[in-house]
Ligand binder design. Structure first.
Ligand code: NAD
Length: 266
């Protein structure tokens, strides 16, 4: 008996085996969920198809989440084949590199629109299409980062997108709660992935988090997957509108430098 037996989970955002989505998929699959995959497009096919095969997934559909027609196509196919949906995972983000570097004040209007559309609005667009399929209630999960709450160097436009995603999580939770649909976000600590490689400050973020987080280590994709499993399953049945930190405790920190550190800095 698995925690997710009989459940259908649609996951957006698998790029390769380093993707956080892959950690989530593995945990949901282990517990018996039927996994449906959507990936970004042709360039991703080479990596996504073998992973899908590894766990026997035969629903693998390409979609650009900024295109309504692509989302319509995916959700129509889910309806056609399964008639319902229990879990939706949004593990998608994108920003132009120039809007993550340089000065925050130089973020372009176009770059802002693009990042917010792909990384935040898409959650609303997906939730709207998932709602009629979540006939027996459901769980919607997205991925965020602590830069939504506190200023982080070089996270710039993505910090604004993540802050928006977190508020969207709360509004969707309130909107969809009466239908038994729960909406939560996981705030993951930094992990080496394709998306992370595009963040100019990622090496510093990884090193600083590892050295200072209460657990004095980084977190893995599988650990994020375990929390996603909890949020997807009945174990979290009264939890909605939450941002759950899976970051080795980093978010509880204030000042981390000691007197000795300051003396060293001069
Ligand atoms: P990843 O590169 O493996 O995943 C990002 C995914 O977004 C990719 O599959 C990519 O194809 C997809 N994507 C981008 N634009 C798209 C579009 N227009 N349409 C459809 N798909 C699109 O990297 P990841 O780190 O696993 O990222 C997954 C999520 O986790 C993102 O929301 C990211 O911001 C978040 N996150 C990552 C970290 C980290 O340090 N890696 C930390 C906290 C949160």
């Amino acid at each position: 008996m698995g925690l997710m037996d009989g459940k259908i989970a649609l996951v957006f955002g698998l790029a390769n085996k380093n993707s956080i989505a892959w950690g989530i998929i593995q945990k949901l699959h282990e517990e018996g969920a039927t996994i449906l995959l959507s990936y970004a497009g042709e360039v991703m096919e080479k990596r996504v198809f073998p992973l899908a095969q590894e766990i026997g997934v035969d629903f693998v559909e390409s979609a650009d989440v900024s295109k309504d027609e692509d989302l319509d196509k995916i959700f129509d196919k889910v309806k056609e084949r399964y008639g319902r949906l229990d879990v939706l995972v949004h593990s998608v983000a994108y920003a132009n590199r120039e809007d993550l570097d340089g000065r925050f004040i130089d973020i372009s209007r176009e770059g802002f629109k693009l990042a917010l559309d792909i990384s935040a609005y898409s959650l609303i667009a997906m939730a709207k299409r998932a709602e009629p399929l979540m006939t027996e209630g459901g769980s919607i999960i997205s991925l965020t980062y602590y830069a939504a709450e506190k200023v982080m160097p070089k996270y710039h436009v993505m910090a604004i997108a993540k802050a928006s995603l977190e508020m969207i999580t709360r509004y969707l939770a309130n909107d969809m709660g009466p239908k038994g649909i729960r909406v939560n976000a996981i705030s993951a600590g930094p992990i080496k992935t394709l998306a992370a490689a595009g963040v100019p400050g990622i090496r510093t973020m990884l090193k600083y988090s590892e050295k200072t987080a209460p657990l004095r280590r980084l977190v893995s994709q599988i650990e994020v997957g375990k929390t996603a499993l909890w949020l997807a399953s009945d174990l979290s049945s009264a939890v909605t509108g939450e941002v759950v930190h899976v970051d080795a405790g980093f978010n509880v920190l204030g000042l981390t430098a000691t007197a000795e550190d300051l003396a060293e800095m001069g």
